[in-house]
Design a protein around this ligand. Sequence first.
Ligand SMILES: Cc1cc2nc3c(=O)[nH]c(=O)nc-3n(C[C@H](O)[C@H](O)[C@H](O)COP(=O)(O)O)c2cc1C
Length: 187
Amino acid sequence: MEKTKILIAYGTRYGATTGTAEEIAKVLQEEGNEVKVVNLKEEKVKNISEFDLIIIGSGMKMEMWTSKVKAFSNKFSNELKKKKVAIFVSSGARALMEYKNEHDEIERITKKYLENKASKYGLNPISMTMFGGIWDYNQMGKIYRKFLDPELENFIPAGFKEIEPGVYDSRNWEEIREWAKELARMI
Ligand SMILES: Cc1cc2nc3c(=O)[nH]c(=O)nc-3n(C[C@H](O)[C@H](O)[C@H](O)COP(=O)(O)O)c2cc1C
């Protein structure tokens, strides 16, 4: 039997989505699929016709997908409508909102980061989800740092790991692997 072909096309600004995309790819490969991972900033996708499932991933900044992910979704919008599609985003905000029980905010960003984007490009994804991300204090501009300072004490209790001094990571690898396994079952 021919293997199911999967494309993971993603955009990242700070690198978190790269690790997430690679972990998803690893699981899907272990489940017997053929997976191509493309960082849209480094590689242009010319054709998606050969793929049975397309996973679109983007890091979030000021509530926006990366420009390359937007361009990809626009360019292939007609074809994507006819394909199996799944979407994930990397969010630095979600874990903090969960910790603070801001359910309305979580609902709002789920709509804004995922549901509204899917409808914007006319997609009907088989699954959409929001993973954690990275806050890197060393690379952050002054304004953002000031904005985040009151949150600093919440990072660790909210489940962030300080993976390097000043770098807080809220990606939950188990959650990421579970999602990939769930996708493998759905295709
Ligand atoms: C300037 C800036 C703006 C950000 N804006 C958001 C945001 O609007 N929502 C959110 O959930 N996370 C936000 N984040 C956190 C990012 O989602 C997090 O850094 C994530 O890792 C981004 O994905 P990437 O590392 O693949 O670029 C922001 C981070 C920075 C530095």
